[in-house]
Design a protein around this ligand. Structure first.
Ligand code: SF4
Length: 371
């Protein structure tokens, strides 16, 4: 019963044109106004608002439900201005999102989850330890952004969204595409599509679906290791989805759209941070540049602890800098991404950590309600 409710459309996941198709008597201006109220307030008013005919309003209200996630935690980091949010789904699962401050005051990026766990098993990721979860519905993805936006300071604004939370977004590509359409609709969340990044471990089959549906969205690929054998040990997805082939697809997309792919590399001490590892990565980057006719963006990420029996430690800062310099010396723009909120499990690779530490975290009680 709950599963049906989760997967059915919600007013938070429909576009104005979807409503018009379903309710032909509704005018576009009414559909936009109605959905804009839903996104602004998180609910439907009890009576038809001004500008929407009462019978049209009633028809939509009776036919399309309005679901919301329940916000159960709000954990500001003591180290930096990152905030992690925990949301409970209608079927009692936990998903997490992170509010990331940008340098420009009042601007934020929301890191969202697309699944409640992940089947891909990347060795450096807390979500992987939860195992296969379920796909989030489009409204469950949209609502993370909406609720984080509602918690911004008065003059704050959501500048962008990154799909780097729990789950592999390409394993849930149709909901992710619909969620992004809603987020970028000017009458709904009005986020610039170029400020949305979908980060993937690299699934070959659904990748073209996303790129064709949303050509302006930036794609990010997690590298792990450039050597296929070593990558398989870190990222089993390599077995059926060779990175070389994944990068050929995204390079072709970059060539057409002139939107550079983001290549993310989590630095693991003694595992993938030697200069020979940097050289292997450079060879991949060279192949990408040849095909795309432009450089990718490279983001080096410090490893963050993922719970008990953690197999990895972060690279020494000097070694991380040597790695960065080796890439940069070849003229490749490289940033060492600051990944904040590690003290509250909000940093890269850590989402889902609380459920790993305490599997009863969400379903059991109200103990966690700190917001
Ligand atoms: S890094 Fe992403 S794809 Fe890999 S296990 Fe974690 S959530 Fe899944």
């Amino acid at each position: 019963m709950v599963a049906d409710v989760v997967s059915e459309p919600s007013l938070l996941s429909v576009l104005p044109e979807d409503l018009i198709t379903r309710f032909p008597s509704l005018e576009m201006s009414e559909a936009r106004r109605l959905l804009s109220i839903v996104h602004r307030t998180g609910s439907l008013p009890p009576h038809a608002p001004a500008g929407i005919r009462r019978d049209s309003f009633q028809r939509v209200r009776d036919a399309v439900p309005m679901h919301q996630l329940e916000r159960v935690t709000r954990r500001p980091s003591a180290l930096d201005p990152f905030i992690k949010y925990g949301f409970r789904t209608l079927d009692g699962l936990l998903v997490e999102a992170v509010r990331i401050p940008l340098e420009k005051p009042g601007r934020f990026v929301v890191c969202v989850s697309s699944q409640t766990g992940c089947a891909l098993g990347c060795a450096f990721c807390a979500t992987a330890r939860l195992g296969t979860g379920r796909n989030l519905a489009a409204w469950e993805i949209v609502d993370q952004v909406r609720q984080v936006r509602d918690d911004l300071p008065t003059d704050g604004r959501v500048h962008g969204v990154v799909f780097q939370g729990m789950g592999e977004p390409l394993a849930n590509v149709s909901a992710v595409v619909q969620a992004i359409r809603v987020m970028t609709d000017p009458s709904l969340q009005a986020i610039d599509g170029r400020a949305i990044t979908v980060s993937s471990a690299g699934l070959i089959k659904p990748l073209p679906v996303l790129l064709q549906a949303l050509p302006r969205t930036r794609i990010g690929i997690s590298i792990g290791h450039a050597d296929p054998i070593k990558r398989r040990a870190l990222m089993p997805v390599e077995v059926a989805n060779p990175l070389h082939n994944v990068l050929a697809i995204v390079a072709q997309h970059a060539k057409t759209t002139r939107i550079a792919t983001m290549l993310s590399y989590t630095l693991l001490r003694e595992i993938n941070d030697h200069e020979s590892d940097a050289d292997a990565f450079l060879a991949l980057v060279d192949a990408y540049v040849q095909q795309a006719g432009m450089a990718p963006r490279i983001s080096l990420i410090a490893y963050n602890p993922i719970g008990p029996s953690d197999p990895f430690v972060p690279s020494e800062p000097e070694q991380a800098e040597r790695f960065r310099e080796r890439l940069a010396s070849h003229g490749i723009p490289v940033v060492r991404r600051y990944s904040g909120g590690a003290d509250v499990g909000a940093a890269c690779g850590q989402l889902g950590l609380e459920s790993v530490m305490d599997p009863t975290h969400v379903k059991s009680s109200e103990h966690e309600a700190s917001c």
